[in-house]
Design a protein around this ligand. Structure first.
Ligand SMILES: [Zn+2]
Length: 337
């Protein structure tokens, strides 16, 4: 028995290593998954239906692109310098009053804290502002390829900012003996329960102050992180340790994951938190796309339909992804796994 258990453990460890190493879809930052890839794609897709008619035709026409490319920023994380820090901010690094210490705008923040230090602890609230500015410019230029690419990216960063564990240096519970909690919250729970989520939201609203709005979002996410850690700890203490995890086949690979029973109990304790954050993500992605379009003077997007994602743009996208992957395999040392 002991040796078969041993074998199982070894197989699982090996499988995990292989999984992280080979699966193109699993190029995660910080060693853990982001909102599962499924959730990122779903969020971008649903946001399209929130748009007003003038925008919806163009976005619907390209909805598969926006869905598939919702995960591009994660694929770039290890390959592109400066990418990784766009996905998070470790607010607790700045103490209890982080929100009053950190300047609203990037230039002020750089002047106050220094760029290197900021980048080290994550820049998602500032990058969201920059990304929304870039999307506004793309609308002004009526550049269909850029509009789509930046919309897909922006949707990704907005969704990340809604994840509680993207706002703390204890992002994977590694400081509190809760390793794995990151993927538990944002991949495992949606994977098990998201089909019951009610993610439909009404029409877009214009965001008056993008900078204030993005800071409000990370503040909310951070406030939610306390209960994520607390509930997992409470549940673990009261739970049969042999039943906390289970092994499941993923892409034909045996992988250790939180058991269904443990997940159900945790989800119940969070009382809809994952669903609320996912829903808020969908809402804000639509609102931000819309706000950028309004700020660009509401350009007529119908005229862009013919050029929307020409084969040439699609080829460029494919080539770019290929090069991330190549760089990734070259750049990333094996010891990372
Ligand atoms: Zn991300």
């Amino acid at each position: 028995m002991a040796s078969s258990k041993n074998f199982l453990q070894k197989t699982a460890i090996l499988s995990l290593a292989l999984f992280f190493c080979l699966a193109q879809k699993s190029v995660y930052g910080k060693g853990e998954p982001e909102w599962g890839f499924w959730a990122h794609k779903r969020i971008n897709r649903l946001a399209v239906f929130r748009l007003p008619a003038e925008m919806q035709y163009f976005y619907k026409n390209n909805i598969d692109y926006l869905t598939e490319n919702a995960v591009n920023p994660d694929k770039r994380r290890y390959a592109v310098v400066g990418e990784a820090e766009r996905h998070f901010i470790d607010l607790d690094v700045y103490g209890d009053s982080a929100l009053s210490v950190l300047p609203l705008f990037w230039n002020d923040a750089v002047a106050k804290m220094g760029e290197d230090s900021l980048r080290k602890h994550g820049i998602v609230p500032w990058h969201l502002q920059i990304a929304s500015y870039q999307l506004t410019e793309a609308f002004k230029q009526k550049n269909a390829g850029r509009i789509l690419r930046l919309s897909a990216d922006l949707g990704h960063y907005i969704a990340d900012a809604h994840v509680p564990l993207h706002t703390t240096r204890n992002y994977n519970g590694q400081l509190t003996g809760q390793e794995g909690i990151h993927g538990f919250w944002e991949s495992r729970l949606p994977e098990l329960f998201a089909e019951n989520y009610q993610l439909w939201i009404g029409e877009v609203r214009y965001i008056n102050h993008v900078s204030k709005e993005v800071w409000r979002v990370v503040e909310e996410s951070h406030a939610a992180s306390d209960s994520v850690f607390l509930f997992e700890k409470q549940l673990t203490t009261s739970f049969d340790p042999d039943k906390k995890y289970t092994y499941e086949l993923r892409n034909n690979i045996l992988t250790r994951t939180y058991s269904r029973e443990f997940s159900e109990r945790f989800d119940a304790m969070l009382s809809g938190q994952v669903e609320r954050r996912m829903k808020a993500s969908v809402a804000m992605v639509g609102d931000m796309w819309y706000t950028c379009w309004v700020n660009a003077g509401q350009p007529d997007l119908k005229s862009l339909l013919s050029e929307s994602l020409s084969p040439q743009v699609q080829n460029e996208e494919a080539a770019e992804q290929q090069s991330w992957l190549q760089r990734l395999l070259k750049v990333r040392p094996e010891s990372d796994n």
